[in-house]
Design a protein around this ligand. Structure first.
Ligand SMILES: [Zn+2]
Length: 329
């Protein structure tokens, strides 16, 4: 709280308009007494100010105090050492108005927010399987000594139901994994029919996530990974070095699998770009990996040579790495 009511200021051309407009007897070079409420937000006038929290009175520059009070939605002045009390009070005020954001640290200190986020998670995923991997909620609950299972019950859900694996397909990451697996083999997404027939994903599950187009965006299957970048650099390399190549060729007579590239070097070589590293045992990518192993098995079966590139290995100095690789072939 500002205690000073009036201050003496020196008239100069910078404050001429302000004070004349407010009815003061402004005269260049003179000192006049003005109300603190008439000062410019940039005024360096010294004023007495009392901390709302510890009641200590200090002399500070008007513009500093003005800035600090402007930041506080309650319009209160706090001294430096009471900053934490002020922050707590502001958070409580924001929380009461629904203005506290998830990105603010204090957001999670409110039990109602933790419950709200947990409910959101359960509604989105429909299962607690993989929660530790997909969300930092367990960690947050732990920090606040808040029991997740108790919270689930409080929200009216059944812990048993949410942990049962028969709800497998309700976890869309499983569907995502299957679709990625399909895409890795055929270089395109499955049709509705293929979903049903080959992937055993029911129409209900597809509709649950808003249909195929929605799933494509939802699952970010629309070629947004860095394999796209890697492919472009490969094309560039082949073109610059006069290497003949084709894309999406089917190497095997009895399988509709396609390779990403076929390059015609001293001998023909197929190139496979994999989205995940070979020893990625992540459950989410399990179906993808199973399909990759199957495809690799077929390569071996047909004794067809191929080159595996892992997009992860090519995130830095991609062009240089590609050059080195092909120089050694
Ligand atoms: Zn204080």
């Amino acid at each position: 709280m500002i205690l000073t009511k009036t201050v003496i200021i020196k008239c100069n051309y910078n404050n001429k308009e302000r004070f004349l407009l407010r009815g003061y007897p402004w005269e260049q070079g003179k000192r006049i007494e003005v109300n603190v409420s008439d000062l410019s937000p940039y005024s360096a006038a010294r004023i007495d100010v009392k901390c709302f929290y510890c009641k200590e009175i200090k002399v500070r520059r008007f513009h500093e105090v003005h800035q600090l009070m402007k930041k506080n939605p309650l319009g209160r002045y706090s001294c430096f050492k009471c900053g934490h009390l002020q922050a707590k009070e502001i958070a409580a005020w924001k929380q009461s108005k629904g203005l506290l954001k998830r990105t603010e640290k204090r957001y999670w200190s409110y039990k109602e927010n933790r419950l709200k986020e947990l409910k959101k998670y359960i509604e989105e995923y429909g299962t607690l399987e993989g929660m530790y991997k997909l969300s930092n909620l367990p960690h947050i609950f732990f920090v606040y000594d808040h029991d997740v299972k108790e919270a689930i019950i409080e929200l009216g859900y059944s812990v048993e139901e949410l942990t049962q694996t028969k709800k497998h397909y309700d976890d869309y990451h499983v569907i995502k994994g299957k679709m990625e697996g399909f895409k890795a083999l055929y270089k395109r997404l499955p049709s509705y029919e293929e979903c049903k027939q080959s992937l055993q994903i029911s129409m209900n599950h597809i509709l649950k996530y808003g249909g195929m187009n929605k799933i494509k965006t939802l699952f970010e299957l629309n070629d947004s990974r860095n394999t796209v970048y890697l492919k472009q650099l490969l094309r560039l390399y082949f073109e610059q070095h006069g290497i003949d190549y084709t894309e999406n060729k089917e190497p095997f007579s009895n399988y509709a699998y396609r390779s990403d590239f076929t390059a015609y070097l001293s001998k023909k070589i197929h190139i496979e770009i994999w989205e995940y590293p070979p020893n990625d045992y992540d459950n989410i990518h399990q179906y993808y990996n199973e399909n990759r192993r199957e495809k690799e098995r077929v390569y071996t079966l047909y004794a067809i040579s191929y080159l595996s590139l892992y997009s992860e290995d090519f995130q830095k100095n991609t062009y240089e790495k590609i050059s080195n690789l092909f120089k050694n072939l």
